[in-house]
Design a protein around this ligand. Structure first.
Ligand code: GLC
Length: 617
């Protein structure tokens, strides 16, 4: 071992030697030709308790400086929803921000690289200009495994171009109640379809060098309406006095057979596809919060299912376990959690866990197991050899190739619910009008988890809209009024109305009334007399109640949340590409058929069944 005090020898002077902190040395763990298990064993054997606990700590970037990364030898940093750099939201801003944190990590005593995580749930969606793919509900309707793999690969490229090696996706939730604000993060109400698509995404993402985080384990999509109870010691937004946050993070009231057959199945498929990280759900099962559930986290997932990777908590989630923070930490780590998304107070978590190990409440063997699992992922994803961004991928951000894949996904995701001799449209349509702000609003067509955590309307990022696509197909001969202000008595051959749910994420979208709003209904009524044939295009994160509006429309298309490439919808409307999408969720006739269990027990057919989707040639 050669010791060279910092500053005496420029780092590039010994290219054959790895720079580890202030040491020019070659530990076995730095040797990529050794087996991963040997590298883990060597490194773990050199780590202090402080360094081990540092690896188990994940902090949100706004609560951090590079100095703190070094001080605590942190294992991970994250951007929460919308967590773009304070300096700006260009790829270079991301590279610089994460690069500073990584440099600090590499200069610690053992130079263990950190792993940076983001929610890139439909593309690198926090980054302005990245391609935004359809949310999972649309990919469920497309049902194309190869396409989902491709989306995973392309998303990974845009992430790696900006120093991100870990994606908190895919959600393999199996939503059983579409009142849930996270329905659209799920591919389907059908567990088998979720399992196939989730595994495909894991394959695509990880084949390109980014670790997936399959979430949220387990049963997040099965919580009961109204089961989210206020947590008095956590004064956070999830204690609203309306429908918001009333089922997200709630109680999954199902027997173990149902839990296994509906909600656990996608995890087996994801693990088989190579998933090495799983995020634990805020929800509860059998009277216990998942974050403290030793039976499901350790006995079932790590034991019975042989999961070798590591478990990450959700955001501030362990704090929900108990009023006393030490109890939270001890319960969660002993239950099988390996890394904690703290995400604010590093010192409090680290000091609490250190004391718990020192007084024996948490055995050192549990710490070593957690760190071993974390190091496995860091070695397997090449972080020790390639801890920084890959500049060669820079040009792929927002690239035409990625946009073409997004357009294909939009085209395949569209579900034609009704078509009374209206679609496909002809470019020779004599007069065509369009109405609805949603027809020309990228923010509305992208939905939540887009630039901002909750998403928002407006030109939030680059891309194209339905209006722009129709305008191009019609050679500009389109009358467009967001509020349907057309000449009294004017009647066009074709009318297109686009409506959208306002963007939301997580429990903010919990909603007990999925009927169209009065404004949306009024808009349809206002356009109706102005056209011979009326098409309704719906942007939504779930099926909505449209039964009473159906007879007013000659055609209805469910477009879900298509992302940045909205113009692709016009390709299908005008017959350049056929309609092929199929419902991956049952479409209820009324709220009496929600949740799915109510629909099944009603004995009545839904308005449109799972698998419904008219085709055009
Ligand atoms: C959120 C979500 C989770 C996300 C995490 C980090 O609360 O539940 O899906 O990955 O925090 O943003």
């Amino acid at each position: 071992m050669i010791f060279v005090p910092t500053g005496l020898l420029p780092k590039q002077a010994c290219p054959g030697l790895a720079q580890v902190g202030n040491l020019m040395t070659t530990y076995p763990f730095q040797n990529p030709s050794l087996s991963t298990s040997k590298r883990i064993a060597d490194l773990l054997g050199r780590m202090t308790l402080a360094e081990k606990i540092g690896q188990m700590t994940q902090i949100e970037k706004n609560s951090l400086t590079p100095e703190l990364v070094a001080k605590y030898a942190l294992g991970s940093v994250l951007s929460g929803g919308g967590g773009y750099p304070k300096t700006g939201n260009t790829p270079q801003d991301w590279v610089n921000m994460i690069g500073e944190f990584q440099k600090a990590a590499l200069e610690t005593r053992l130079g263990i690289p950190l792993i940076y995580g983001v929610d890139a749930v439909h593309g690198h969606n926090n980054l302005h200009g990245a391609v935004i793919f359809p949310h999972n509900i649309g990919l469920g309707a497309a049902g194309d495994l190869d396409l989902v793999k491709k989306i995973g690969r392309f998303t990974a490229h845009e992430l790696l171009a900006t120093n991100v090696h870990w994606n908190f996706a895919p959600a393999v939730s199996v939503p059983q109640d579409i009142r849930w604000g996270r329905t659209y993060e799920g591919y389907s109400e059908n567990s088998d379809l979720v399992a196939e698509l989730g595994a495909a995404y894991v394959c695509g993402l990880q084949s390109s060098g980014v670790s997936a985080s399959v979430k949220h384990f387990v049963g997040d999509g099965g919580t009961r309406w109204g089961s989210t109870h206020p947590i008095p010691w956590i004064p956070r937004m999830w204690q609203a006095d309306d429908d918001r946050w009333c089922m997200d993070q709630g109680v999954t009231d199902v027997d173990e057979t149902t839990l296994r057959e509906v909600h656990l199945r996608p995890y087996a498929a994801a693990i088989a596809a190579g998933a090495k990280n799983i995020m634990v759900s805020y929800s509860s099962w059998n009277g216990l919060k998942m974050h403290g559930h030793h039976y499901l986290l350790t006995d079932v997932l790590k034991g019975e299912m042989g999961f070798e990777g590591f478990l990450i908590s959700d955001f501030l989630a362990i704090n929900q376990l108990h009023e006393d923070y030490r109890t939270c930490v001890v319960q969660a780590i002993n239950a099988g959690l390996d890394m904690v998304m703290v995400p604010f107070d590093a010192a409090q978590f680290i000091d609490t866990l250190t004391a718990a190990v020192e007084d024996g409440a948490v055995p050192l063997s549990r710490i070593d197991d957690a760190v071993r699992r974390i190091l496995l992922v860091k070695f397997e994803f090449g972080l020790f050899e390639r801890p920084f961004a890959d500049p060669a991928l820079y040009t792929e951000i927002g690239s035409e190739t990625h946009r073409a894949a997004a357009r294909e996904a939009v085209q395949k995701s569209l579900v034609l619910l009704k078509n009374d001799n209206m679609l496909p449209l002809s470019r020779d349509t004599s007069t065509l009008l369009m109405a609805g702000e949603a027809a020309n609003d990228i923010g509305l067509q992208c939905g939540g988890w887009t630039i901002e955590w909750q998403g928002k309307s407006g030109a939030v990022t680059t891309g194209s809209t339905l209006f722009q696509g129709v305008f191009e197909k019609m050679g500009g001969d389109v009358a467009y009024s967001p509020i349907a202000d057309f000449t009294p008595g004017a009647v066009a051959e074709v009318g297109i109305v686009a409506i959208a749910e306002k963007p939301y994420a997580e429990g903010e979208g919990d909603n007990g009334n999925l009927a169209l709003t009065a404004e949306q209904i009024a808009l349809i009524h206002k356009v109706r007399p102005h056209c011979n044939k009326l098409l309704l295009v719906i942007y939504s994160g779930r099926p909505l109640i449209i039964t009473e509006q159906l007879e007013m429309c000659d055609a209805v298309v469910a477009a879900w949340l298509p992302g940045s490439e909205g113009a692709a919808i016009s390709d299908v409307l005008f017959g350049d590409v056929p309609f092929t999408g199929k419902l991956s969720f049952s479409w209820p006739r009324s709220m009496s058929q929600v949740p799915l269990s109510a629909l099944i027990s009603s004995g009545e057919p839904p308005l449109f069944p799972f698998g419904h989707g008219l085709e055009t040639c």
